[in-house]
Design a protein around this ligand. Sequence first.
Ligand SMILES: Cc1cc2nc3c(=O)[nH]c(=O)nc-3n(C[C@H](O)[C@H](O)[C@H](O)COP(=O)(O)OP(=O)(O)OC[C@H]3O[C@@H](n4cnc5c(N)ncnc54)[C@H](O)[C@@H]3O)c2cc1C
Ligand code: FES
Length: 257
Amino acid sequence: MQDQTVRVTANRAISPDFLEVEFEWRRDFGLPAPGQFFELRITETTAPLLRRPYAFSGYDPDRQVAAMVYQVRGQSTQMLARREPGQTVRVLGPLGNAFGLDGRPEKVVAVAGGVGLGPILFAARDIAAAGSAVRVVAGFRTRDLIPDRGLWHGLETAVCTDDGSEGFAGNVVDHLRSLPAADLDGARLLACGPMPMLAATHRFAQERGLVCEVSVEEMMACGLGVCVGCVVERADGEMVRVCTDGPIFDSGVLAWT
Ligand SMILES: Cc1cc2nc3c(=O)[nH]c(=O)nc-3n(C[C@H](O)[C@H](O)[C@H](O)COP(=O)(O)OP(=O)(O)OC[C@H]3O[C@@H](n4cnc5c(N)ncnc54)[C@H](O)[C@@H]3O)c2cc1C
Ligand code: FES
């Protein structure tokens, strides 16, 4: 894990809602794995004071460049959106655990909502490169918010829109329910997106007896396991830190209220 000032190499809008930033990430910082995140500090001044966590959406070891898909929400992301190639940001990582793909599941269904798309595409590309079958299911509110389709080039991807303006009409879990049972038999589910989407994907996995790994985006302060600002409850009542015990959890171990 390294704390470094690095140059932005690209920063572009990929939909009215999302941007994608690429930045230097030397191999000796540690190779990011799908599901891991980094902490970003956009300024050396005091506002915003805290670093913010973001999941990697890809890593190119040849160019030594990492990527992240983001949505402008507050001060840090507004400032990041104005960063141009050649300007710098401060990054700390790789942090947290990764999707548990070591056992190389033969079949994976990777489910994304909103900016959850970034880490899901990183995982899906990794799985496909290792020769396993992977299907991406990506949900958006409406057609206009669907990002550049080139992002999932080469990956079998089902796009869902809540208003039915493109692809499957309904949310990602409605889409999973519409699939033939054989498509999901023995599949491992990966999910990243808003909490209600993660909870619905977890319930679907339980009904079908599938393993489901979720990436939890809890508010974070230190990102290093020190402040206990990011705890979530496990089904057994224990509290766990998202930044160091996660952000990836087997959905079956978490308490879903
Ligand atoms: C492990 C992890 C990975 C993440 N990956 C990404 C990513 O790939 N792309 C991306 O765009 N964002 C990601 N986030 C969320 C991102 O860290 C926050 O949106 C961040 O607060 C933005 O900073 P800001 O200063 O622009 O907005 P802030 O001023 O910090 O927040 C703006 C608004 O968003 C709310 N908010 C902040 N953090 C969260 C959160 N974690 N969940 C829900 N609401 C929140 C705040 O309450 C506030 O209302 C991730 C968060 C975590 C914990
Ligand atoms: S953010 Fe400080 S312990 Fe997790």
